[in-house]
Design a protein around this ligand. Structure first.
Ligand code: NI
Length: 140
């Protein structure tokens, strides 16, 4: 039997939506105010869901302390209070929340091994959120 554990984190970062694959005019049309050259900030909320059997010894899917440590080091320190456009992950990709969510999912999948990471959900504002999950994908 599988149990799910979801933990919530918050961080702030700035970005500018601008694609090198489109003209300046097209960028303005597609991204509107989000293409403003000076960028803008968001207070992101991140939810990480791990899923797996409950360890009969501890009664837990994984230790939240381990998850917190990993997310703090690998996600919050990497993206928190940064201009996302300047980071290596977004030199080729536009730092939309779709791409940020996928990047966080990859980091967790590659580096967190205490329990399988099933889903990452990223709230950009109170009105929109993005999800990335392993549904339908071959586990790495
Ligand atoms: Ni934005």
């Amino acid at each position: 039997m599988k149990a799910h554990l979801t933990r919530r984190y918050t961080f702030s970062a700035s970005h500018r939506l601008h694609s090198a694959k489109m003209s300046d005019e097209e960028n303005r049309r597609v991204y509107g105010k989000c293409n403003n050259p000076y960028g803008h900030g968001h207070n992101y909320a991140l939810e990480v869901t791990v899923a797996g059997p409950v360890d009969p010894r501890t009664g837990m899917v994984c230790n939240i302390v381990d998850l917190d440590g990993f997310v703090e080091r690998e996600v919050l320190e990497r993206f928190g209070h940064e201009n996302l456009n300047e980071l290596p992950a977004f030199q080729a990709a536009v730092p939309t929340s779709e791409n940020l969510c996928a990047e966080i999912f990859s980091l967790l999948r590659a580096g967190f091994h205490a329990a399988p990471v099933e889903k990452v959900r990223l709230e950009e504002t109170m009105l929109n959120s993005f999800e990335y999950s392993d549904k339908g994908e071959v586990p790495r």
